[in-house]
Design a protein around this ligand. Structure first.
Ligand SMILES: Nc1ncnc2c1ncn2[C@@H]1O[C@H](COP(=O)(O)OP(=O)(O)OP(=O)(O)O)[C@@H](O)[C@H]1O
Length: 388
């Protein structure tokens, strides 16, 4: 075990260093790029300078200005001293050896609200995602307690936390890597291109799986646990191709003011710590509308148009143009119109302005599974007539 632990610590160090270097080369704004290069874990490379001349390196060491190099060296020292708290979640047995590690490839996946995500792929087929959290100033005890709660949430529709790492300066979390990418990438493509073909059955599985995952989360910790950041870039497909919710509990670790343009946040949520189960329901409603319309409620890297989905759907309320809100790809399925409209109505009941008018997540699941009548919720929004 200590051998594995040691290798993990080295991977963690390598990722941290890689990002520090990346940040010095690039503007720290939300631009997205992808770096792919070798993680070389021999001591020569772990001691900076990093081997920028290796294939895939995006720049050369000489381009760093001396103060930046100095800065980097200081940061590294603190990281080395601070390495202390890598914790594997029970049941996760990372079976790889130093040889696999030395050949692993790191790819920058993106920068989110709470930090940056990296994929680390090893030759033996094991791939994980490391998320480096920014701005989390929780004391160690509180951080560990928080992550233990998250680690105890085990469900097929909730992405399992695999490991976490705490030091004074660095907080990392480790998840499985989902090779198909997020539902956001499937719907909108990374650059507005490469969008996936998503038929109705697939979208239904994504919607129901996601709803079940959130409902399970809401039933944990005495019915008090909140996800806090439901959005399509945090939803993946599990092995049965049902929706699977990731990034649980990150939102309420740090208070960040939310921008209305962020799209998924309920009107009452002013910062990321304000989130609640009913604001999760709102965010899920927006996600459902996104799944049905294939329009993005928030900025997607590469720049597809941002749409106010609630406004859009309300604009056809009671009109005979219902079909115009659905993704054209779905309109090919002639025999599922009724199901699509029902799903749209469930989505609209979730985005009620007043939190207490929103259904509970358990009720949403039952509505989707036809175990509870949709009319129990008297949503403001009913299509008078649906014309396809
Ligand atoms: N386990 C994973 N497997 C595959 N891709 C992932 C995984 N986790 C995150 N990603 C992708 O990495 C990118 C960055 O993720 P991250 O969660 O840091 O930010 P985000 O989802 O864009 O925003 P937020 O921080 O608000 O959740 C996103 O495109 C996300 O879909």
């Amino acid at each position: 075990m200590s051998n594995i632990y040691d290798k993990w610590e080295r991977l963690v160090e390598a990722v941290i260093r890689r990002e520090q270097l990346w940040q010095m080369f690039h503007d720290q704004s939300a631009s997205v790029s992808s770096i792919s290069s070798d993680f070389s874990l021999d001591s020569q490379v772990l001691d900076v300078p990093f081997d920028f001349s290796s294939p895939g390196g995006s720049s050369t060491y000489q381009q760093l200005r001396p103060p930046a190099v100095e800065n980097l060296r200081k940061k590294e020292t603190s990281v080395e001293k601070g390495v202390s708290g890598l914790v594997f979640i029970q049941g996760f047995n990372p079976a790889f050896d130093l040889d696999d590690m030395s050949k692993s490839t790191a790819e920058f996946l993106g920068k989110g609200t709470f930090g940056s995500a990296y994929m680390a792929a090893m030759d033996n087929g094991i791939t994980v995602v490391l998320k480096r959290l920014n701005g989390v100033n929780m004391p160690e005890k509180k951080f560990r307690q928080h992550l233990e709660i998250i680690a105890n949430v085990r469900h097929e529709n909730v992405s399992a936390l695999r490991a976490y790492y705490f030091s004074k300066d660095e907080k990392l979390i480790v998840y499985d890597h989902y090779s198909n990418g997020s539902v956001s990438a499937m719907l909108h493509g990374k650059n507005g291109e490469n969008r996936a073909q998503l038929d109705w059955e697939t979208r239904l599985r994504i919607a129901i799986g996601t709803a079940r995952g959130i409902a399970h989360i809401h039933n944990q910790s005495g019915g008090k646990l909140v996800h806090g950041n439901i959005k399509s870039s945090n939803i993946f497909l599990n092995s049965q191709e049902y929706g699977c919710v990731s990034d649980l509990g990150m939102a309420n670790m740090i208070a960040i003011p939310v921008m209305r343009t962020a799209g998924y946040h309920a009107p009452e949520v002013k910062n990321t710590r304000n989130v609640s189960q009913s604001s999760d329901v709102y965010s899920f409603g927006i996600f459902l509308l996104e799944l049905l319309t294939r329009k993005s409620p928030s900025h997607v890297i590469g720049g597809v148009e941002v749409v106010d989905l609630v406004k859009l759907v309300n604009s056809v309320k009671g009109k005979e143009q219902t079909a115009s809100v659905f993704d054209v790809e779905l309109l090919r399925n002639r025999n599922v119109e009724e199901q699509m409209v029902k799903m749209l109505q469930i989505g609209m009941s979730c985005v009620a302005k007043t939190p207490r008018k929103r259904p509970k997540m358990d009720e949403v699941v039952k509505m989707m599974e036809n175990k509870q009548k949709f009319s129990d919720f008297q949503p403001d929004f009913i299509f008078k007539k649906c014309k396809f």
